[in-house]
Design a protein around this ligand. Structure first.
Ligand code: ZN
Length: 209
């Protein structure tokens, strides 16, 4: 027993992508069955496919790239909050966080149950600007959600992204939390060291504390 809980989407053909974004397409460059000396796989994909970290470069012209991001927010104590039934996450949904009862928890993962790995949902739960500001005030290091975006699906300003990034808060999207009871865990979800780009896939896991 590894003690790890996998909270990553499986990257495979047919995985949901944002409308208009690049579909996940695996292909072979070399194949044993074709007489090559080994199998060599390759993929075409958007960096926002599956469970991923958004870098500030995603929404700020001169923002940090994955290679420039500090990896430390992506490892450490995390709180999974169950917000089933909530569409717009407001400060009041942050409950004990706001009253300081969860001191020492610097990463918050929102379980909303409003998105799927195999189909892009036109609408899904997201953070409000005011909740993002509260998380910034609380000194949170990372915010994760089980939907394709921390902003609403029709947001063009990406204000939640900007408030979080402005406070130095790392962002994880498309987490898989349906099988994870609310509570405290250790999160491990390192982005790749991608230079010049705006996001990175991660393999996200939790370890029970
Ligand atoms: Zn993203």
């Amino acid at each position: 027993v590894s003690g790890l809980i996998d909270i990553s989407q499986t990257l495979k053909a047919g995985i949901a992508t944002w409308p208009g974004d690049t579909a996940f397409a695996p292909f072979w460059v070399m194949r044993l069955e074709s007489g090559d000396s080994c199998n060599v796989g390759s993929v075409t994909m958007s960096l926002h496919t599956g469970t991923h970290a958004d870098a500030p470069r995603h929404f700020l012209a001169g923002g940090a790239t994955p290679a420039e991001m500090d990896p430390s927010p992506f490892i450490g104590k995390a709180l999974v909050l169950d917000l089933a039934g909530v569409h717009t996450i407001l400060p009041e949904h942050l409950g004990n966080l706001a009253t300081g009862k969860t001191e020492g928890i610097e990463r918050i993962l929102f379980r909303t149950g409003t998105a799927r790995a195999d189909q892009f949902m036109g609408t899904f739960a997201h953070l409000s600007d005011s909740a993002a500001r509260l998380l910034a005030d609380l000194g949170v290091l990372l915010v994760g959600i089980d939907t394709p975006s921390v902003d609403s699906s029709d947001s063009r300003e990406l204000l939640v992204h900007k408030v979080l990034a402005g406070a130095g808060i790392a962002i994880l999207e498309n987490l898989v939390l349906a099988h994870v009871p609310a509570g405290r865990y250790e999160l491990i979800a390192l982005p790749l060291k991608l230079e010049g780009m705006d996001a990175s896939p991660v393999r996200a896991v939790l370890r029970a504390l």
